[in-house]
Design a protein around this ligand. Structure first.
Ligand SMILES: [Zn+2]
Length: 459
């Protein structure tokens, strides 16, 4: 069975085949780097990391582009507040983004273009749109896209222009011909800092957000490519606008397959700063280890809504512990996955059906059960190898089982274990037992074996 992907554009599962045989070109909208990444970013990055891992595991070469929006109103505002340059703020936030993504086991994309480095390509596309009558300069100097001039507008949202307009409460402002017209080039305001102004045939200004992705996508992947992804919140207007600009300029279909990952809620509510339930990746990694967070995301289907709560994270932690416990029983053999073998075939079938990670994770649990029964190094090896397709189970099992619990002071525990060993050597059984009980009260379970004492955090 070959890969099928749910295409937002057609609202159907479609057999996937790349435009260039053997090579998948994928673009995913990345972050606007004015602050730390939050849980929603984590979900999107993990979802498309799993997609690119599975495409590679299926034998494709993958060119994966995830852009960085490093010019935007929010960035300007924050940099001015901080009294720093745009570049210093965005460099710092990109470093933080990489640290968070690396912690979550997210492989770096092939390219991470920064918008400010592609302004000439954006201006060239805007020029083409103007020549084709799809863009106009308004009285305030902004260049806008004329949505009524592009016949395909609304095809991604599945709505007509009039239906889309009905939801728009804003009056036609800034000389726009239609409320849905969107800005391609923002003319500079006198009070804006000098490092956000570019010279152009339309006067000094800076690019709008939507044109960034069209220009960078075309530049790095070609005018037509295979997969365009992002969070469900980007479907309208951002992706609708990307299609209008790109296809309006080139006359060719932009992306074949549009993929959107679902929202993340916190305790069943939309995550927002005003509700006080807003979490950055760093907040979450203070309480849970990174692989637990990744596992929590991966075991849900990417299109489903995902509910974050401590209960769900604790549960994810316990589930992941079961998998690592199996891997701790026997040294996994290094295996080449035989996709014809029953477990691997089930895993493959699940992933080939629109990246069905819940069923793929269920296969991992079945394999863990098999390892528990058989202690087979080959079965453990297959468990580890299939885990790698999801970016899971590559840690040392002992290390994971011991150090995974948040707030556990490993050095202090090791010191207690050493003190207990000394007590035992001195046949001071009362003291040895006291230390064991004291650790147990902190949720630390000791296991003695001829090789020494190991510990794990009870849940
Ligand atoms: Zn985008």
């Amino acid at each position: 069975m070959s890969l099928r992907i749910y295409n937002t554009l057609s609202r159907a599962l479609e057999a996937f085949s790349p435009l260039e045989p053997g090579h998948v070109r994928m673009y995913v909208c990345g972050m606007t780097v004015y602050d730390l990444c939050h849980l929603g970013h984590a979900r999107s990055m993990v979802a498309f990391d799993v997609v690119q891992r599975w495409l590679r595991a299926s034998g494709y070469r993958v060119t994966y582009v995830r852009n960085i929006t490093d010019i935007d109103d929010k960035i300007i505002k924050r940099a001015v507040e901080n009294g720093e340059t745009i570049r210093s703020l965005t460099d710092r936030m990109i470093d933080a983004l990489h640290q968070d993504a690396d912690a979550l086991g997210i492989e770096r994309p092939t390219h991470e273009p920064r918008a400010t480095e592609y302004v000439p390509q954006m201006l060239s596309m805007i020029g083409t749109l103007q020549q084709k009558g799809l863009a106009y300069q308004a009285g305030n100097g902004d260049v806008n896209f004329a949505v009524r001039k592009f016949s395909g507008y609304g095809k991604l949202s599945g709505k007509s222009l009039d239906e889309l307009n009905a939801g728009e409460r804003v009056a036609v402002a800034d000389g726009k011909h239609d409320p849905l017209d969107f800005v391609l080039w923002k003319s500079s305001k006198p009070e804006e800092p000098a490092d956000v102004k570019w010279a152009s045939p339309f006067g000094e200004g800076r690019p709008g957000w939507h044109i960034e992705c069209s220009a960078m996508g075309c530049e790095m992947l070609g005018e037509s490519f295979d997969i365009h992804g992002g969070g469900a919140d980007l479907q309208f207007p951002h992706h609708e606008n990307e299609i209008a600009q790109s296809e309006g300029a080139t006359g060719k279909p932009f992306a074949q397959t549009w993929m959107h990952n679902g929202f993340i809620n916190v305790d069943n509510e939309k995550m927002s700063k005003s509700l006080g339930n807003f979490f950055t990746i760093r907040d979450v990694l203070q309480a849970y280890d990174a692989e637990t967070v990744r596992f929590f995301v991966v075991r849900s289907h990417y299109r489903s809504p995902l509910n974050y709560s401590d209960v769900h994270l604790d549960d994810a932690r316990n589930a992941l512990k079961r998998l690592y416990t199996a891997l701790s029983l026997v040294e996994p053999a290094a295996v080449q996955i035989d996709w014809a073998s029953p477990y691997a075939a089930r895993f493959q079938a699940a992933m080939n059906e629109d990246f069905g990670t819940p069923e793929a994770v269920a296969v991992l649990f079945d394999l863990a059960g098999e390892v528990n029964r058989s202690k087979s190094p080959e079965v453990a090896g297959l468990l580890k190898a299939l885990g790698a397709c999801l970016g899971l189970l590559q840690d040392d099992p002992q290390k994971f089982l011991q150090a995974g619990a948040a707030g556990v002071d490993v050095a202090a525990i090791e010191a207690q274990i050493a003190a207990r060993a000394t007590a035992k050597a001195e046949k001071n059984w009362a003291e040895a037992d006291r230390i064991r009980k004291a650790l147990l009260e902190q949720g630390i379970v000791l296991k003695d074996s001829p090789a020494g004492t190991t510990w794990e955090a009870a849940q």
